[in-house]
Design a protein around this ligand. Structure first.
Ligand code: SAM
Length: 235
């Protein structure tokens, strides 16, 4: 169970109404039951139910069962698309161990805003489901040009360019000996504009890659790019 509360030896953890409903109503847990807790910071803890009510409850941390396991330092930048597909991208990125998820607005991005809180909740659920102890931060929508203007110089960017089909370098070749801070950039349904593409090609920290001869949908491309990155550079 994910909680937004510090975890530590003997620490009491209050539960809100929704958590109490899930734990005591849906999962039928009772006082004395033990379960695994994590908060994305303090690792995983075995905790005991001390109070169980309809509107809340209380747990006590008994012992740490796993330390915090940080994922590789990979960011996923993607242009939000339709709601269900955006949800899919966030869920899969969290499952695959992205450290940070950054929705970006490109020239051909249709969405003007995102529900950051909803997407963050998807990331929490994905971390819960795959037994992670870390939850990636989902940032608010920001403009790609502004983000690139402020880019940390020690972070490499894998630019997935559909126009490179057949001509792009393999990631293994592009990324040799380039450090361990990475980001992947996936464009929107309409792809990148020529201006954006030119700018991205000229950036010293960008590595342009192709994901193969077919043009993939953005959600497929995100999963494919993360898989390739994991294989060559991830743990
Ligand atoms: N509308 C564009 C077109 O028809 O040329 C396609 C955009 S594609 C649906 C969305 C994004 O997925 C692209 O901007 C790119 O980042 C990524 N992508 C899809 N297929 C790719 C490929 N074969 N190689 C590299 N990137 C790809």
């Amino acid at each position: 169970l994910y909680v937004e509360h510090p975890l530590g030896q003997g620490q009491s953890v209050p539960l809100d109404r929704d958590q109490a409903h899930y734990l005591f109503g849906v999962m039928r847990q009772k006082v004395g039951a033990e379960l695994a807790l994590f908060n994305g910071v303090d690792g995983e803890w075995r905790a005991r139910v001390d109070q169980a009510g309809k509107r809340g409850g209380e747990l006590t941390c008994v012992e740490q069962t796993r330390p915090l396991q940080m994922p590789p330092d990979l960011w996923l930048l993607f242009a939000p698309i339709k709601k269900a597909r955006t949800d899919f991208i966030v869920e899969k990125a969290a499952e695959m161990g992205a450290a940070r998820i950054l929705p970006v607005q490109t020239e051909f991005t249709n969405s003007e805003r995102i529900r950051q809180d909803r997407l963050q909740a998807h990331a929490v659920e994905a971390a819960e489901q795959c037994g992670g102890t870390y939850v990636p931060e989902v940032c608010d929508l920001q403009r790609l040009d502004r983000l690139l203007a402020d880019w940390p110089e020690d972070r490499q960017l894998v630019f997935c360019d559909e126009a490179e089909v057949g001509a792009g370098k393999a990631l293994s070749e592009a990324a040799r000996d380039k450090g361990d801070k990475w980001a992947i950039l996936i464009g929107p349904e309409g792809g990148f504009s020529e201006v954006e593409r030119k700018r991205l090609h000229a950036l010293p920290f960008a590595h342009v890659i192709s994901l193969g001869p077919r043009i993939l949908r953005a959600d497929t491309a995100a999963v494919a790019a993360m898989t390739i990155w994991q294989q060559h550079l991830g743990d």
